[in-house]
Write a protein that binds this ligand. Structure first.
Ligand code: HEC
Ligand code: HEC
Length: 401
């Protein structure tokens, strides 16, 4: 038995400290050995298939990627058993065809109460060292998943007990999927392993095959037309300043840059003024709600602009939308692209005007600048060229149900 334990420790230490695995205390050594072999069998089979220009994502050492875990996570992400009344899943607010956003200004959870911010897209979320619009405590996907599952303010999936685990254990598909991912179906169906598998699935959501990527990284110089190229140059120039906050391969200044090197920033881009924020409730004022520091009022993480053509309405409160943005399936005579074009035109007009009078605004970068309407349209065309159609339809990311 002693030698078995030593082998087990060795096997586990490849991925984790030997004393932190969740099932270690509960299991007999034999079961632990089987579990460790299960992890070994699956953990080493993950191969990142990264687009050119993308660094390898940072993966927590206690949750290594594996194909079986990603597959389990894909099921759990879309599994309605993960909500209090079995009416919703993560996928209800994170829809693949919308780059895992949902087209709403404020989504509602199972009790029909509106969330104070809108659903973020999940393209390349693996590279975000801080998650959500403005909560610096959300440092990993493993931690973040607790909020939609168990959060009470707002209620999203509204789980209030571990009964959902019994429901998962009762479905034969999960017996197989958990065994494949964690080696021991019965004890592996626990709350942590659910979150860890969902996190692994979300890390696999890599998007890097837009027209822009084909032009910039795949040597296809006809992928962008003349207007889109003019827009790209404006976006990356010192007149419009966009790239300072939306730069790099993921079009945001909050990113893992390869290895463990991370940077994160919060800004006010001036969409509202001081009086507006003074009148807002305690969950609508951005970073200030977490820090209580006055100069953090109205500050948010600059979103990645990847797939921006399908993630309207824009900003944390959806304040830039097309008339029918709350129902992207009804386009009132407009295509989805026309709708995105409307909303993005409003966004660029906002930046060109310098935005509202807001003390916390980063006024060296957010200040009025002069471009013609035709140059503005070029910039909108460039933003629309960031849509990766392959990502929106890839069966590897689709709901299995
Ligand atoms: C009711 C709709 C809703 C449901 C259900 C939901 N989300 Fe979200 N999601 C949101 C909203 C709204 C935000 C922005 C949160 C904030 O700023 O506080 C968000 C943000 C996120 C983020 C942060 C993305 C980023 O770029 O930082 C991740 C990751 C995420 N959700 C994953 C999940 C997972 C996993 C589940 C299921 C366990 C889930 N969501 C269920 C609405 C939802
Ligand atoms: C000082 C940093 C900064 C600069 C410069 C900046 N942005 Fe932003 N941008 C942000 C922040 C922060 C948000 C989110 C604000 C919010 O939700 O309230 C944002 C949001 C956006 C959004 C909406 C994204 C979404 O998912 O809702 C678009 C589109 C956008 N910016 C485009 C641009 C363009 C185009 C430029 C240049 C004209 C630009 N930004 C310049 C910080 C910046």
């Amino acid at each position: 038995m002693k030698s078995k334990f030593l082998i087990l420790c060795f096997a586990m230490s490849v991925f984790s400290h030997c004393n932190v695995l969740p099932f270690q205390k509960k299991e007999s050594n034999d079961n632990m050995l089987l579990a460790a072999i299960g992890i070994l069998a699956t953990a080493s089979d993950w191969v990142w298939d990264l687009p050119p220009g993308f660094p390898v994502p940072s993966v927590p050492s206690d949750n290594p990627m594996s194909r079986a875990k990603v597959e389990l996570g894909r099921h759990l992400f879309n599994e309605k058993i993960l909500s209090g009344d079995e009416s919703m899943s993560c996928g209800s607010c994170h829809i693949q065809s919308l780059a895992f956003a949902d087209g709403k200004d404020f989504p509602t959870g199972i009790t029909n109460v509106a969330h104070p911010r809108n659903s973020q897209h999940l393209s390349n979320v693996a590279y975000m060292p801080r998650l959500t619009w403005s909560n610096p405590r959300m440092t990993s996907l493993e931690i973040q998943a607790r909020a939609p599952m168990f959060g009470e303010s707002p209620i999203e999936l509204g789980l209030s007990s571990n009964v959902f685990l019994d429901k998962l254990r009762a479905k034969s598909i999960y017996q197989t999927l958990f065994r494949n991912a964690y080696g021991n179906a019965e004890s592996a169906v626990n709350e942590q392993n659910v979150r860890f598998a969902i996190a692994s699935f979300q890390r696999s959501l890599i998007s890097g095959n837009s027209k822009y990527d084909q032009y910039a990284f795949r040597n296809n110089k006809s992928a962008l037309n003349a207007s889109e190229i003019r827009g790209m140059n404006l976006f990356n120039g010192e007149v419009a300043e966009c790239f300072h906050c939306h730069g790099g391969f993921n079009f945001t200044d909050t990113s893992f840059h390869g290895g463990a090197k991370e940077e994160f920033f919060y800004h006010s881009n001036g969409i509202h003024d001081d009086a507006y924020y003074a009148g807002q409730s305690s969950n609508k004022r951005g970073l200030f709600d977490l820090t209580g520091i006055a100069s953090d009022t109205g500050k948010f993480r600059a979103p990645s602009l990847r797939n921006i053509g399908v993630t309207y309405p824009y900003m944390h409160d959806g304040s830039f939308m097309c008339d029918n943005a709350n129902n992207p399936n009804i386009t009132i005579g407009k295509t989805k692209t026309d709708c995105a074009r409307d909303a993005l035109t409003k966004v660029v007009d906002h930046y060109r005007s310098g935005g509202q009078n807001h003390t916390a605004k980063d006024s060296t970068l957010i200040r009025a600048f002069t471009i013609t309407n035709s140059q503005r349209d070029d910039m909108v065309n460039f933003l629309l060229a960031l849509t990766d159609e392959e990502f929106l339809t890839n069966p590897r990311f689709a709901s299995p149900f």
